[in-house]
Write a protein that binds this ligand. Structure first.
Ligand code: NAP
Length: 297
């Protein structure tokens, strides 16, 4: 059942005065195909960003390695000077060679350059939140253990210098979070998670107890959008689309989950934002909980 739009309620980042609507927007889809180069239609990308803000989104996720640089430049063109309550979260830790691949960029110089590039392309004096993106498994999306002390210390120093306000982590394990918390405060974790990909269930609960935001990337399945007969059947039963149900399930999964679903389409954006007001009854949630990556591709 759809209720009045409320953008999914709000969440305040720990020890900050930053309160975000739980329905945000992820800007990666605004670059060209393969997250490389400019989009086919820059005006359409600008329209998506402006509509997000009109709808009440005040959390936009980006990175200077989308494009590279392109997505941040489009955000600046669309929204600068930024609304006072808009928080732009970026991430560093990778670079894009000419072949379009994603490779780690974790040296002191690379991280420092990445922070300055984000500041320059977004047109900001300080970045609200920077996520240190660990490269993890060879496909780039799975986590892998390993110390993050060296790169995080560099970012903590840039925070001390006032270039970064808050730090988060991306593609990390609970062990890596614990190590990070001995170095600096962490306000959010951004890992892969959705109704069919639930490796982080226990991690999410632990972060909720600590008051730390959990921001799932690929909430709709990312490059291979979610497809599940259960999802489709449930969606029809509540008069919503499968994507709306997938987003509503995330919002109901835990109060510390903040959504950054991505789209290059104003129509999909409106559809997704509307999911913030979709209340799923308990029996529907129970049915959705039976979906797993192994049982339904
Ligand atoms: N930390 C990390 O390592 C990491 C990795 C990946 C992404 N991210 C962030 O997470 C954000 C979200 O991830 P994502 O954009 O890759 O994946 P996503 O939100 O799971 O899905 C995006 C895909 O779903 C489609 N879509 C969106 N809404 C739809 C709708 N209502 N109906 C049908 N299709 C719909 C989009 O196509 P259309 O454009 O046609 O709508 C696009 O192909 C990114 O924008 C990025 O900011 C972070």
């Amino acid at each position: 059942m759809f209720t009045q739009t409320n953008l999914g309620g709000s969440f305040t980042l720990p020890n900050t005065s930053i309160t975000l609507n739980r329905m945000g927007y992820g800007a990666m889809q605004l670059a060209g195909p393969g997250v490389w180069g400019p989009p086919l239609d820059v005006d359409a990308a600008i329209a998506v960003l402006r509509e997000a803000v009109v709808l009440g989104v005040n959390h936009i996720d980006t990175s200077d390695f989308y494009g590279p640089h392109i997505t941040n430049q489009i955000i600046r063109r669309a929204l600068h000077p930024y609304p006072e309550d808009l928080m732009i979260v970026t991430k560093v830790g990778a670079r894009r060679p000419e072949d379009g691949s994603w490779v780690p960029a974790m040296s002191r110089q690379e991280l420092t350059d990445a922070v300055h590039d984000n500041l320059c392309h977004l047109g900001l004096d300080a970045l609200d939140v920077v996520n240190l993106r660990m490269m993890g498994m060879p496909n780039g999306h799975g986590t892998a253990e390993g110390s993050l002390a060296e790169p995080l210390t560099t970012l903590a120093e840039l925070k001390e210098q006032g270039l970064i306000r808050h730090l988060g982590l991306s593609n990390v394990t609970p062990t890596q979070l614990a190590e990070a918390q001995t170095i600096t405060e962490i306000v959010c974790v951004q890992n892969q998670y959705n109704v069919a990909h639930r490796e982080d269930d226990a991690f999410i609960d632990d972060l909720a107890q600590q008051g730390i935001a959990y921001v799932p990337f690929f909430p709709l399945g990312g490059f291979t959008p979610l497809q599940s007969s259960t999802l489709s059947t449930v969606a029809a039963s509540v008069s919503a689309t499968p994507m709306q149900v997938a987003l509503a399930w995330l919002l109901q999964r835990s109060p510390n989950i903040l959504l950054i679903s991505g789209t290059s389409s104003v129509d999909h954006l409106r559809e997704n934002v509307r999911a913030a007001s979709l209340q799923l009854p308990p029996q529907v949630v129970a049915e959705l909980n039976t979906i797993t990556a192994s049982s339904e591709p």
